[in-house]
Design a protein around this ligand. Structure first.
Ligand SMILES: Nc1nc2c(c(=O)[nH]1)N[C@H]1C(S)=C(S)[C@@H](COP(=O)(O)O)O[C@H]1N2
Ligand SMILES: [Mo]
Length: 406
């Protein structure tokens, strides 16, 4: 046999086993051609995402939005960031999906089917801001390991589901309950079935809030697979890692939940500020609860140009974790002076708020528009990078866009 044909046959054999089916006209494959079935999956198609989004990692999938893609008042799936710690579960069957409530602090463990959850408890819809604790990590110096999120790991969609508090009342919770922890069906990167990619939670006080949902719909439809289909915990205003996707179990704990990524330095910041680069002992790291005050200019896109004498309309969103944003300002002189924007009330508690302003520039040249939010307690966003921390969480510096007046 000619060596070339031999190689081709061997390669064909490998391809066939990877594809899992006979490549029927395989012998006519042009040399060097890789069948589509073997090419890298197209994440934009697979997850129905805008092609302007940025893939930060494909194992696991981590994809972020750009500021201008987040211009919608309610974030559509197409521009919602994806943050996975493991592999997305496969072959989900919603008709057999169950949620079990267990743990030391339940009177008796109880399991619900999806349809029981939907029929037994009243349903609520809230717009809830979900921001990854690591959003903005890319700016820290010395750099922090992990996905280098810029500004796009935040969303505010409409979530529909039942209140966790109603479920917990139905189950019966003991007085010693301090925390809930979720468990989900995504797969650890090692594929070890005994390891969980992530299992976080929240104190009872957060678990029992009206807006803390066990959700089965996002923006009026089944939750997209990448965002937790068919069932997701949604706890707005806290690091989005608390909002477990693909959940099938919630444990009511009599201790602070100690699941994967609850302990050590994960989703924790130094309890007291440290110098950049300083080593911090695990016991000096505190769990992140409410996310900080922040805002994003979603229009125009950074780098926009405008003619002299024209007014530029800017807009965006602002959010403040558990609090509300009370004032929104912009600056065109690198933070020396500020002018007020028009700011809307939130659609509900824990939803981001929209702002807009008409900006005039004195003459042609390069400008930056900076945006700064103030919350109901009078705290404002830091203009530049706030407290360095080992894992690069909670960067809530003012968002800035570049504008050229020509
Ligand atoms: N089961 C499960 N839930 C999860 C995660 C995960 O990897 N697995 N990632 C968490 C983190 S760190 C974030 S920031 C949000 C991201 O939500 P999204 O991908 O729907 O935007 O989901 C959280 N819930
Ligand atoms: Mo996250």
């Amino acid at each position: 046999m000619k060596r070339r044909n031999f190689v081709k046959k061997a390669v064909l054999g490998t391809m066939t086993s990877v594809i899992g089916a006979e490549i029927v006209f395989g012998t006519t494959l042009p040399n060097g051609y890789i069948p589509l079935g073997l090419q890298d999956p197209d994440p934009f198609k697979m997850f129905d995402k805008d092609r302007g989004m940025e893939v930060l990692n494909d194992k696991p999938w981590n994809i972020e939005a750009k500021a201008h893609l987040l211009d919608d008042k309610i974030t559509p799936n197409s521009s919602m960031f994806i943050r996975n710690n493991g592999l997305i579960p496969e072959n989900i069957d919603a008709s057999t999906w169950t949620l079990t409530i267990d743990g030391e602090s339940v009177k008796q463990k109880k399991t619900y089917s999806l349809s029981e959850l939907k029929s037994k408890f009243p349903q609520y819809t809230y717009q809830l801001t979900l921001e990854c604790g690591g959003n903005g990590r890319s700016e820290f110096d010395p750099p922090a390991k992990g996905n280098q999120w810029t500004v796009g790991a935040v969303s505010c969609a409409n979530w529909t589901g039942v209140r966790l508090r109603d479920i917990l009342a139905d189950v019966g919770v003991k007085e010693d309950a301090v925390y809930i922890g979720y468990h989900a069906t995504d797969v650890h990167l090692s594929r070890d079935p005994n390891k969980e990619p992530i299992s976080r939670g929240a104190p009872m006080q957060k678990a029992l809030q009206d807006e803390t949902l066990i959700a089965f719909q996002m923006n009026g439809k089944d939750i997209p697979l990448a965002h937790g289909y068919p069932l997701r915990l949604v706890a707005g205003g806290w690091p989005a890692s608390v909002s477990g996707k693909w959940i099938n179990r919630i444990s009511v704990r009599n201790v602070v939940h100690d699941g994967t990524k609850m302990t050590g330095d994960a989703y924790r910041v130094p309890c007291n500020p440290v110098a950049p680069g300083e080593k911090v002992k695990d016991e000096d790291m505190c769990i992140i609860e409410s996310m900080p005050l922040k805002s994003l200019i979603t229009y125009p896109k950074t780098g926009a140009t405008i003619s002299t004498g024209k007014t530029l309309d800017i807009r965006g969103h602002a959010w403040a974790g558990e609090l509300e944003v009370s004032k929104m300002e912009y600056s065109i002189d690198f933070g020396s002076t500020w002018r007020e924007c028009t700011l809307d009330k939130p659609a509900n508690r824990l939803a981001w708020q929209h702002f807009r302003a008409s900006v005039d520039f004195p003459k042609k040249g390069y400008y930056e528009v900076w945006a700064k939010a103030t919350d109901t307690r009078g705290n404002s966003q830091p203009m530049l990078l706030p407290g360095w921390n080992p894992k690069g969480y909670l960067n809530n510096a003012c968002h800035r866009i570049a504008i050229k007046v020509i």
